[in-house]
Design a protein around this ligand. Structure first.
Ligand SMILES: NC(=O)c1ccc[n+]([C@@H]2O[C@H](COP(=O)([O-])OP(=O)(O)OC[C@H]3O[C@@H](n4cnc5c(N)ncnc54)[C@H](O)[C@@H]3O)[C@@H](O)[C@H]2O)c1
Length: 497
């Protein structure tokens, strides 16, 4: 890598984004304005008032020159006017410099006049400044981040860095590979199924023949399966062609189902783009769709030709969706124990900051653990049920409250753990440690939600796994790495709520 310079108008988010990128890439972050303020013990506004703009621009140039002499990789957030000085433009042209373009009307809404001497307490002034500087900015590589949230903007920036690092997955059972930037390398001849959201973020990377479906669980419906068959037939798609699902678990499940049934099974691959899809839904060969009110009740068990995981795509996930994947991954770390469990504990902060190196390693651990479990019980008649840890109460909570699946599993893990501790199945130290981690992952609002115990119990006994009316088989966590499947009376579960 090299030094990354973010340039752009005031209010475009350079500082926030540079800080995020610094954590994502584990490289130091520098803000040229902050450096100037520190060296002069004055705010920018005061320097402008006391010393004038020419003096300030000189300082900016000195800082830039000194940063370029530094040997290490850096991400630098620059002052909005840094490109006014031709010397600075020359220096920046030889660096990885990215202009963060934001529509001026959005800029005006975002910017605050505080410590912005050039605005003279008048937000309208920003439109004038924008027009004066526009051409100077646009000589640099431009990333338009208008109407994107911070995570979506970081994803867009990071994809310009051309990072293509790989990490091998150790498995002869299912072909999976982790490759940064893989979304930019999808073979052109593959036919793509994706959804609106993923297409809006990454569709420009794949100009293939593609079919775009609605976002979320809605796509896992027989009516969309029927539409998909029609589209494949109309386009003369044969069994030998490759159908490629690019999206979250809903798209990979849907694509896997369509591909496994169309013409009695065609080639298919996945590019999962949520954390949950990368470590869970795309692994193990289950391709379910929903029918009436039943989730995943129709489906196939059939492995894709390959799963290609691009960790960069996770940067654009909404916080909640990202955490859902982390919680499912934590569950796998609890089942695996040992090194995976320790890794998760030690790197939780970096994982929350989406540090790419840690995230890639986390994905590798989780995928290998899921493959290990699936391999022992591909048809799901025995030990694959370990994966239901936290899901018995989690599913009931999800059905009763409508809270997202992964977060409900987090709640379920906490509640099940309390129960295991009450019956001395899990020791106190282990309980405390896991509880602390889960409290970090599952927000207080969700943990303290008022539940309707009767309703929750109703969903519990109506869960598709409830085959015996008095007892239920659930995975019990004795300690990380030590999970057993045991039968528990419903009444015991009810009392734990
Ligand atoms: N087959 C299996 O073994 C298995 C295992 C677990 C879950 N699942 C299934 O997975 C589904 C849930 O998957 P999910 O949590 O990925 O939900 P999802 O597919 O609905 O994705 C969640 C949201 O994130 C958006 N999104 C996807 N990628 C994005 C990206 N890179 N940046 C920003 N937004 C992005 C999607 O458009 C969607 O709105 C459920 O249907 C569940 O049944 C299957």
């Amino acid at each position: 890598m090299s030094k990354i310079f973010l340039i752009g108008m005031m209010g475009s988010g350079k500082t926030t984004l540079a800080k995020m990128i610094s954590k994502i890439l584990s490289i130091p972050y520098i803000d040229t304005d902050e450096e100037i303020e520190k060296s002069h013990h004055m705010e920018i506004k005061e320097i402008f008032e006391k010393k004038g703009e020419i003096y300030f621009r000189k300082l900016e140039n000195q800082i830039l020159e000194s940063l370029l002499k530094r040997r290490e990789d850096l991400v630098v957030s620059t002052g909005g006017g840094i490109i006014l000085n031709p010397k600075n433009r020359e220096l920046l042209k030889n660096q990885k410099t990215i202009y963060l373009k934001v529509d001026p009307i959005e800029l005006k809404n975002r910017v605050s006049v505080e410590n912005r001497p050039l605005l003279l307490n008048n937000k309208e002034k920003i439109l004038e400044i924008y027009n004066q500087r526009k051409e100077l900015y646009e000589i640099f590589e431009t990333v338009d981040i208008t109407s994107l949230n911070e995570w979506e903007a970081t994803a867009k920036i990071l994809y310009t860095l051309n990072i293509y690092e790989k990490l091998e997955i150790d498995s002869s059972f299912q072909k999976v590979r982790i490759q940064m930037g893989a979304l930019k390398l999808v073979p052109k001849e593959w036919i793509i199924f994706t959804n609106e959201k993923v297409n809006s973020l990454y569709g420009n990377f794949f100009s293939n023949k593609k079919f775009i479906f609605p976002n979320g669980e809605r796509v896992k419906d027989i009516s969309y399966v029927s539409k998909a068959y029609e589209q494949l037939l109309e386009n003369n798609v044969s069994r030998k062609d490759f159908l490629c699902g690019i999206g979250g678990g809903t798209i990979t499940d849907f694509t896997g189902f369509v591909a496994s049934t169309y013409k009695r099974g065609m080639n298919f691959t996945f590019y999962p783009t949520t954390l949950l899809a990368q470590i869970d839904a795309s692994i193990g060969g289950k391709n379910g769709i929903d029918f009436k009110k039943y989730k995943n009740v129709v489906g196939t068990i059939n492995l894709p030709n390959e799963v290609i995981i691009d960790p960069l795509s996770l940067l654009s996930l909404d916080e909640e969706i990202y955490r859902e994947g982390l919680i499912e991954g934590y569950k796998m770390a609890l089942i695996a124990g040992r090194d995976f469990y320790s890794f998760f504990k030690e790197n939780l902060n970096e994982l929350l900051n989406r540090n790419l190196e840690k995230l890639s390693n986390f994905i590798k651990w989780a995928v290998e653990e899921k493959i290990r479990i699936v391999q022992e019980d591909f048809r799901d008649i025995g030990s694959r049920s370990f994966l239901n840890l936290g899901h018995t109460l989690g599913h009931a909570f999800e059905a009763s409250t409508g809270i997202a699946h992964g977060l409900s599993v987090g709640w379920g893990l906490l509640k099940e753990l309390e129960l295991f501790k009450k019956y001395n199945l899990t020791d106190e130290k282990c309980y405390q440690e896991i509880k602390n981690t889960l409290e970090y992952l599952v927000s207080e609002n969700i943990r303290n939600i008022e539940i309707n115990k009767e309703e929750l119990f109703y969903y519990l006994i109506n869960d598709k796994k409830a085959e015996n009316s008095k007892k239920i088989k659930i995975p019990i966590l004795k300690s990380p790495g030590n999970v057993t499947l045991e039968e528990i009376e419903y009444s015991v579960l009810k009392n734990s709520l």
